[in-house]
Design a protein around this ligand. Structure first.
Ligand code: WTA
Length: 870
């Protein structure tokens, strides 16, 4: 398809080029096409005066099929009118292209393909339908089937849930009532009980039951280490044996039903093994994410007074060893000061990260996992528990400094996580499932461990860090290495440096190249901080043939960001190639395509959790990662809810990029105003839930009063989620972020997530975090921290452009008062942005930044302060 040497770089979305006759020319993602003959439509993309050839670009919103549910939408979305003429109004967009194009392209400022129409598209009207093949095989394959099941779950919850619960093993069936609840503080103490009187065991249902059903030899856990090549697997039978050994050990040291055990382990198989071992003997595990500081760990130890702490001597994150045992020692010392002593500390020996002899040791308290666990028998009788006995405690942060111990019980949680997993991911027994969450968070509890194993699924556990931080120089470094191997001429280096000059300092680049060449002419090993590179995720997907991939928007955006830089480079390299410099240079382009150089054919369902996924990240995930083939389950839920609450059922209905869509079975979401009055139809407000569901948390450990005050008193009669939500005209739910993150500017309520989403839709913005600051006139002003796509320089023009984007997308009232350049954002290791710190930086209260030790990269704060006045 090379005509006239005109280049069009497609970017972010799938586009269609259209010729004069309305024939569509598909333009694959991230490709470079050249101008094709055409003409006649209103605004040609390229025009070649010598041949009068032009090409038109039509944004065809993500290669999706559209649903035609009403005439209005039908009219809007058809790009051909009744006379078969192309309707260009809302689809044809301009694309900037290369400055020095070969003849005919005219003046185009620089190599920048605009994300066409992203800012203009009305997300509400974007419907992405699952393919017919997908729907046909899905567990729920149509809106009608969903409606029928949903209706039953609301009208007859007892019947609906007891039918599902009967598929599990119960030593004794539950009593008269399937559900017994008081959901209204005005009627007394809040109480939620499901399947009370039913006797069961969650570990038994995850392992023994599945083995009896013939899954003994099926792989339960694959484990992939941080270091490529380090891996392992456990079948259901092997997993049961190991769980029993740990359970026997715990019993031996005196852990009994109802006792707490703190687990501070990294993502190794021993983490889910320990959780299941606790569940087997009725002990209550409290997993603390192994990224928390000693102080936070001590707080949790003091609160739940565990019989034992289970940890690991050290772990590698990227190339860096983290001495977990030292942190545990400090925490145990701290909690001893508060009168809580820990008698046993079981330590898993991880020689890859730290030698045994280098591990600090307290005789009499500390014991090596490998020295004791293998000695215990690999069978262990089950401790049968009541459905309402506690299964685990998981601490989560609240508005005060004291963490909240969210308590989940056995029966309801088991039934709910298993059911949500099955339907929201359209689970099939042949699936290989990978959730990138750490077991230290609720997602790792419900959707790494319990939900999938209850379904007999094969789960991939990945030890490594998946939140990448890449610098353009890292990419350049990689190119450079390749270049070195190719032994380019000075002229070639000169040319590439010139091309890259618009992105980075060309002099610096040339200097690095010549320095590298001098230092190590034969160097062929490439190591980059995103270990070993940003393609690792997809390498793993291909290696294990992962079919369901569940992750967080922050990961999607950071991978997308790497991709952006790559695309710039790719395009530049390709241009150089087109200029017939050297065919070999094109190899770079291929080499650095982090996503597309992997097959990813095994993927069939994608998932997102943790925060609203902005539409452009959604599209990238859908188009690039999922090849426009895999539905995305954007699952809205919370530590407190135990499982998915609002989520797409992938085969059942059309999705809208950025919307969590509709409620799961049994869930009645309502949107209320400030006074707690339910609002119907299209509206925005506070998201609450009417009536309980089996996976709901039952209390905050040791503080039922706080449970009621935080969740049930704000809007009597409802569970208050703390999130804002908009329901559109079609009934789709759009989460707008925590309401505590709402900014009130001149009386306008603005969700920080909305402003962030608008900012991120700008092609040069990789990530944004918005906070409110005091403003003399408006009450609150909008303060935006913006991370740019790698290599894009900071400039006043760009600042204005970003503000304009928000004005355009939300309205003038939402325009940020300040754009603060942020080379990185302060995130916890789980990827959550710590807005508390951003608020302090924004209001210049630098002496009140508080504890920054739980940040993935505490240096970010220093950088942000340095950029304060730039
Ligand atoms: C946010 C994580 C929008 C929300 C499972 C919620 C989301 C908080 C989504 C709970 C989503 C989670 N879309 N927002 N799909 N998923 N959230 O307890 O603000 O760590 O209240 O549980 O994350 O966070 P938590």
């Amino acid at each position: 398809m090379i005509y006239n040497n005109h280049i069009l770089l497609t970017y972010n979305n799938i586009y269609r080029a259209v010729d004069k006759c309305g024939r569509m020319i598909p333009v694959p993602y991230n490709s470079i096409v050249c101008a094709a003959a055409g003409g006649g439509a209103r605004e040609p993309l390229f025009r070649n005066p010598s041949s009068s050839a032009s090409v038109y670009l039509l944004q065809f919103n993500c290669n999706r099929r559209r649903i035609n549910t009403n005439n209005r939408r039908n009219n809007n979305n058809n790009f051909m009118d009744s006379n078969n003429n192309m309707r260009t109004e809302s689809y044809l967009r301009h694309v900037d292209s290369r400055k020095l194009m070969p003849n005919g392209a005219g003046h185009i400022p620089h190599l920048k393909a605009v994300i066409l129409g992203e800012a203009l598209a009305s997300e509400e009207d974007d419907l992405v339908l699952p393919s017919k093949e997908f729907s046909d095989q899905a567990n729920v394959h149509s809106p009608e089937q969903y409606m029928e099941m949903y209706k039953r779950s609301i009208e007859d919850p007892d019947g609906f849930w007891s039918e599902i619960a009967s598929q599990f093993y119960w030593k004794q069936k539950w009593g008269e009532k399937v559900c017994d609840e008081n959901f209204d503080v005005r009627d007394g103490k809040i109480k939620i009980e499901w399947f009370k009187g039913g006797i069961t065991n969650v570990c038994y249902n995850c392992l023994d039951r599945n083995i009896e059903a013939g899954l003994g030899d099926k792989v339960a856990l694959y484990w992939e280490g941080n270091e490529p090549g380090l891996d392992g697997s456990l079948t259901y039978s092997q997993l049961l044996n190991q769980v029993c050994q740990v359970a026997n050990y715990l019993k031996d040291i005196g852990v009994k039903k109802g006792d707490a055990v703190i687990v501070y382990l990294p993502m190794i198989n021993e983490l889910p093994i320990t959780m299941l071992a606790c569940a087997r003997i009725g002990a209550v595990h409290s997993v603390v994410f192994a990224g928390f500081s000693a102080e936070s760990l001590a707080q949790r130890i003091t609160d739940c007074k565990p019989k034992a702490v289970i940890t690991c001597n050290a772990v590698r994150r990227g190339t860096k060893p983290i001495l977990l045992k030292d942190i545990v020692d400090a925490a145990i010392n701290d909690s001893a000061k508060d009168g809580v002593s820990v008698d046993v500390c079981l330590v898993y020996d991880n020689p890859v990260a730290l030698k045994r002899e280098d591990t600090k040791w307290t005789q009499g308290r500390d014991i090596w996992w490998q020295d004791v666990i293998p000695k215990y028998p690999s069978t262990c009788p089950v401790e049968w528990v009541d459905a309402e006995d506690p299964l685990f405690l998981l601490y989560t942060s609240g508005s005060t400094g004291k963490p909240k111990g969210v308590l989940h019980t056995a029966g309801g949680y088991m039934v709910y996580t298993a059911t949500t997993f099955k339907y929201a991911f359209d689970y099939k027994p042949s699936d290989i499932y990978w959730c990138t969450a750490d077991c230290g968070w609720i997602t790792g509890h419900s959707y790494v461990t319990y939900g999938p194993l209850l379904n007999g699924a094969t789960v991939l556990v990945y030890e490594g860090v998946i939140y990448f931080k890449t610098e353009i120089y890292c990419n350049l470094f990689i190119c450079m290495m390749e270049l070195e191997k190719m032994n380019p001429t000075d002229f070639e280096i000169e040319l590439i440096s010139l091309s890259i000059g618009s992105l980075v300092d060309a002099k610096k680049f040339k200097a690095i190249i010549s320095r590298r060449q001098k230092l190590s002419p034969g160097l062929s090993v490439i190591k980059a901080p995103n270990y070993p590179d940003a393609g690792r995720c997809w390498d793993i997907v291909d290696k294990y043939k992962v079919s369901i991939f569940y992750t967080a928007p922050t990961l999607v955006r950071s991978l997308m960001r790497d991709g952006e830089a790559v695309r710039y480079l790719y395009a530049l390299m390709f241009t150089v190639y087109l200029c017939a410099i050297d065919l070999r240079i094109n190899a770079f382009g291929f080499w650095i395509r982090y996503v597309t150089r992997y097959s990813r054919k095994s993927l069939r369902v994608l998932g997102s959790v943790g925060e609203p996924i902005n539409p452009s990240a959604w599209r990238w995930f859908y188009n690039v990662v999922g090849d426009s083939r895999c539905p995305i389950s954007d699952t809205w839920w919370q530590t407190e809810t135990g499982g998915f609450m609002i989520t797409p059922l992938p085969g059942a209905w059309a999705q809208k990029p950025g919307s969590a869509t509709f409620p799961f079975f049994g869930i009645q979401p309502v949107i209320v105003d400030e006074k707690g009055v339910e609002i119907d139809g299209e509206c925005s407000g506070y998201l609450c839930i009417k009536k309980s569901w089996p996976g709901a948390f039952r209390t905050l450990y040791g503080d039922h009063e706080r449970y009621e005050t935080t969740y049930f008193k704000p809007f009597a009669g409802y569970y208050f989620s703390g999130d804002g939500c908009r329901r559109d005209k079609d009934g789709y739910h759009w989460l707008t972020g925590r309401v505590d993150d709402v900014i009130n500017v001149s009386g306008h309520r603005i969700g920080t997530a909305e402003v962030e989403s608008a900012l991120v839709s700008h092609p040069q913005c990789a990530e944004a975090a918005v906070v409110g600051v005091e403003h003399e006139v408006k009450g609150q002003g909008i303060y935006a921290f913006v991370t740019l796509v790698d290599s894009v320089p900071y400039s006043e023009d760009l600042r204005k452009d970003l503000i304009l984007t928000v004005r355009k997308q939300i309205g003038a009232f939402a325009a940020p008062d300040k754009i603060h350049w942020a080379p990185g954002l302060p995130k916890t290791r789980s990827g959550k942005i710590m807005r508390r710190i951003l608020r302090k930086i924004a209001s210049r209260q630098l002496d009140e930044l508080g504890d920054t030790s739980t940040l993935a990269d505490p240096n970010v704060v220093k950088q942000l302060i340095e950029f304060s006045d730039s």
